[in-house]
Structure formats: structure tokens, C-alpha cells
Design a protein around this ligand. Sequence first.
Ligand SMILES: NC(=O)c1ccc[n+]([C@@H]2O[C@H](COP(=O)([O-])OP(=O)(O)OC[C@H]3O[C@@H](n4cnc5c(N)ncnc54)[C@H](OP(=O)(O)O)[C@@H]3O)[C@@H](O)[C@H]2O)c1
Length: 282
Amino acid sequence: MQTVTIAGNQVPAIGLGTWHMGDDPSLQTQEINAIHAGLAAGAEVIDTAEMYGSGRAETLVGKAIKDIPRDQLYLISKVLPTNASKQHMERSLDASLKRLGVDEVDLYLYHWRGTTPLAETIDELQRLTTVGKTKAWGISNFDVSDLEELWQLPNGPKAAANEDLFNLGSRGVEYSLLDWQAKHELPFIAYSPVGAPDQLNAHLDRNPNVLKVAQRHNASAYQILLAWVVSHQQVLAIPQSSNPDHAKENVLAGDIQLTADDLKLLDEAYPAPTEKLPLDVL
Ligand SMILES: NC(=O)c1ccc[n+]([C@@H]2O[C@H](COP(=O)([O-])OP(=O)(O)OC[C@H]3O[C@@H](n4cnc5c(N)ncnc54)[C@H](OP(=O)(O)O)[C@@H]3O)[C@@H](O)[C@H]2O)c1
């Protein structure tokens, strides 16, 4: 299985997203089963945020992980821009920890840039690593220019990861961002890695070339989409699924090795960028 190393922790390259989970109480058992199926298949990373369902996703994750040994999990949560200040951030993190039922998260991300001065947010994120509430911190929805600005700050290069949108149908980050992050040893977390059906790149799973590669590997189209994302070095994918069968197959996609010929077919269907594009965000 492919792995990624974040702040010294080696984790399987396919984890579990949680956006929209916990919103519908009638789906709770199924969603907890989906998280369990993903973990049983080998996932360790669970990505959540205070924003998701105003805490409901974190509460669901807390229920799902209550009997799982903490050292088998790599928990990521995120602070909203409106809470990313010295005054509010620790309170936000405390509330996330309470909902998750843990003393500490592994990675705490600044969800997207807001109006608080970047230096204040970063200093507070760094401080929270020293009080045992998060092991590391990072950023999300940052482009190259944001990262360059971040790297000018005293604590900026202590960032442990950047989380941005990346999937076969949205390849803009390949133009320069992935190289920038590799050069600065900053792991990349890919959100919406299967194209978030009904959102940005619906129906990547129906593309004939994707289906052809899937057939070669006796895999599903979704597995090929994920194998493609994590074929990039130091890229972690966090697909979301509320379906236990999907969650399991997604994690197992970390075992699929795409060939040069597979990659060529996928490139033909969805070419790599030839110019800098605005960062896609959801
Ligand atoms: N940092 C940020 O700003 C940011 C923004 C967006 C998302 N995220 C994170 O990234 C995670 C993933 O992104 P996302 O939720 O936008 O999109 P995604 O994971 O690309 O797509 C989720 C959708 O794909 C379906 N799906 C997943 N695996 C499938 C499979 N094997 N077969 C069939 N359908 C499948 C799911 O339906 P089923 O439930 O039916 O499987 C769900 O509707 C989020 O949950 C969140 O944790 C972060």
C-alpha cells in the first residue's frame, strides 16, 4: 500500500473524508459502518472539520472511533477562518477535541484564508502544538503565492501539510504547486479526490479511458481515480463515502500500481495543465 509521511508519521496514502457525514441521523449507523470499513481495510487518516455540519461530522467520528486504539488513527481537523485568531482558535480546537473524544488531534489545519493576519493565525497554530492539543498544524486551500507568503513568516516553514482540491479532472495543482511542495518537503492532501459527484467534476467515473484502465486492473473506476491521485509522491487522498463497500474499495485502491500505459490513457482523457490555473476550491 502506498504511504505518505506527514510530520514524521507514515500513514497509508488513502484516508477517509467526512464532509456531509453526521447530517442525517437516520444514516448514523451506516456512516459509522463506513468509517469502520475504511479503517478495517487499512486507512488511518480521518479528515474532518469544525465546519462540517457545524460539528456534526466530528461528533460522528467521535462515535465511530471510541473503541479504536488512538495509535491506529491519524486525526485531522480544521479551524474556520472566523475562529483563526489568538482569541478564538484554542476554544475551537477544544470543542473539536471534545466532539472527537480525544485529547489531541494529529494535524490541525487552517481551513481557508480569512481576514485574521496570517502571522497571528500561524503563531497560534504553532502555540497549540506546544500545549499538547495538536501534534502538528497545516493549511488548506493555499496556492503557491500563499505558501510563499507563509514561508516568509518565522513559523511558516513548520507547516506539516497543505490540503487542496485535486483529482483527475482538476489537475491545475500539477502545474507548479505540487513541485513547490515537493521542493519544500510539504506533503499534499488531496480533497475531492474522486471528483465529488454532483459538484466540480461529475462523472469522471464514466470516462471510457478510466473504465478501460479499471478493467485492466479488475478494479472500479473510483479505485482508478484514487490510484491515480496517490501515484503522485507524498500525496494523501481523503475520499468521502457513507457506503461501507465504497469506503473499503477506496482504501484498497492504495494497492493498485498504475502502469506507464495506464497513465498515458488517463492523460489523454484529462490532459495535464500547460499553464498556471486558478486554484480550484469547493
Ligand atoms: N479542505 C477543504 O477545504 C475541503 C473541501 C472539500 C472536501 N474536503 C475533505 O475532502 C473529503 C473528500 O472530498 P469530497 O467529499 O468533496 O468529495 P469526494 O470524496 O471526491 O466525493 C465524495 C462522493 O463520492 C462518492 N464516492 C466515494 N467513493 C465512491 C465509490 N467507491 N463508489 C461510488 N461513489 C463513491 C460518495 O458517495 P457514497 O457515499 O455513495 O460512496 C460521495 O458522494 C471531504 O469529505 C472532506 O473531508 C476538504
